[in-house]
Design a protein around this ligand. Structure first.
Ligand code: IMP
Length: 427
């Protein structure tokens, strides 16, 4: 038995979906533990193309149970659309999907509040996906949340909604926005809840039984380490705990069960939204990464910021997650570049005599530091068809090994294209 967590090692979009897909073939359970429909990945299989934001990977495997744990926040419209899309393709998901009644629900006022906050911050805004993620988690920790279990009881729900609208509508009024009508929200949410009622059931017992039985369980992280609410580049982060440790809290699964942590990192760096990014490239090389890597957001369509691989950053996130292995994705995106750079640490005006680590300061400090690079020769040939590590160009092998050495974690796999087969095992 293995309990494996798959987590993002950078700022998200590392192609975790593909790596979960590769590993979930023999999983009895695939479980999401954090985030909401701010995440997004595309799954291509014999049933079709699925663009998913909430449903865990493994939904197409009739033997796999899909769990959405209590650490996840639910947009009901998204969940309904995904269930219907999957059912329509001929896959029976409903019988295998378990959504915790403890999940908090994104209400119409959450994205509205987020817009108010983001506009008020002006150029200092976080650059969120505007799905209401920050405000729903804020309501959760301030005891103002509405959970699926509340929606199961119309009287309880109506009372909770009444209080929240009494608190929130005056804010919208103050900012010159339309207020929300209680009856309209009630009706919409009651109608939506009725459609998913059958999958709302607590997966805790199921998970505990699977642990005792020795089943393979895959914990699917959303977003990534540098977007973690505590350890990320706050306030340019997301609202949930994105680390392997968050899997324990988000699912009610004791940390001692997690025996394998796979960190997924691109062979370069990207980021969507605002916040520091020491290795960002605003030159021609950045354009190559953007175009070759097709770096546009799945949820928002925004072009991603691109830069060199930052080994100092990934070394930090490897420690945060206790990574047992690292998977390097999108190596092929570097195929045309004559020279590559890897950041090994930073120079700070606070003390120019030494190399600084990522975790030594906050987001504002990170904006003032200069990356220290090592240069590596590019390979300038396609790696797309390579399936054996020893057949990679020598320079590409050296690049992978250098990253492994700088991060301090074994690289178990290199990905050279979006398809499931475009994978090179590394020993
Ligand atoms: P939020 O999660 O929508 O509140 O957005 C907060 C920050 O996290 C913004 O910079 C988003 O661009 C970023 N973010 C949220 N989800 C993802 C993701 O799945 N991939 C990459 N960035 C994300």
């Amino acid at each position: 038995m293995t309990v494996t967590a798959v987590v993002g090692a950078q700022w998200g979009d590392e192609a975790k979906g593909k790596i979960v897909d590769v590993h979930c073939q023999d999983a009895a359970i695939v479980a999401r533990f954090n985030g909401g429909d701010n995440a997004g990945h595309t799954v291509v299989n014999r049933y079709g193309v699925f663009k998913l934001r909430l449903t865990p990977n493994g939904f197409y495997n009739p033997k796999t149970i899909c769990v959405i744990g209590p650490g996840v926040v639910i947009n009901l419209a998204t969940l309904i659309a995904e269930i219907e899309m999957i059912q329509k393709s001929g896959i029976d998901l409903v019988g295998r999907l378990w959504v915790s009644p403890r999940c908090h629900v994104i209400m119409p006022y959450h994205p509205m509040l987020e817009s108010v906050y983001e506009e008020a911050k002006g150029s200092g805004r976080t650059g969120t996906t505007r799905r209401g993620i920050g405000p729903v988690y804020a309501d959760k920790v301030s005891y103002n949340g509405i959970r699926l279990v509340d929606l199961a009881n119309e009287t309880v729900f109506a009372e909770k909604l009444r209080v929240q609208l009494a608190l929130k509508n005056p804010i919208f009024q103050a900012f010159g926005q339309e207020t929300l009508n209680m009856d309209a929200v009630l009706q919409e949410k009651n109608r939506q809840f009725a459609r998913i009622r059958g999958v709302v059931r607590e997966p805790f017992g199921l998970l505990q039984a699977a642990l005792v039985k020795g089943d393979n369980i895959l914990l699917e992280g959303a977003q990534a380490a540098l977007l973690d609410n505590v350890w990320g580049t706050y306030p340019y982060v997301t609202a949930s705990n994105t680390l392997a440790g968050g899997a324990a809290a988000g699912l009610g699964l004791a940390p001692r069960w997690i025996d394998r942590v796979i960190g997924v990192t691109k062979a370069y760096t990207t980021r969507v939204g605002a916040g520091p990014m020491p290795t960002e490239l605003l030159d021609q090389n950045g354009q190559v990464l953007l175009n070759e890597g097709q770096e546009f957001g799945t949820v928002t369509g925004r072009p991603r910021r691109c830069g060199w691989f930052d080994a100092a950053l990934v070394r930090f996130t490897a420690q945060l997650n206790g990574m047992t292995e690292l998977v390097l994705t999108k190596l092929d995106v570097l195929d045309t570049l004559p020279v590559l750079k890897i950041c090994v640490g930073y120079r700070s005006n606070l003390d120019l005599q030494r190399i600084w680590e990522y975790w030594e300061g906050d987001a504002r400090w990170l904006d003032t530091i200069e990356p220290v690079y090592v240069e590596i020769e590019g390979w300038q040939q396609s790696t797309r068809l390579v399936r054996d590590f020893s057949h990679l160009p020598m320079q590409a092998q050296a690049y992978v090994r250098r990253i492994e050495q700088l991060v301090g974690v074994r690289i178990s796999m290199v990905s050279v294209g979006p398809d499931r087969e475009e994978i090179i095992p590394v020993s």
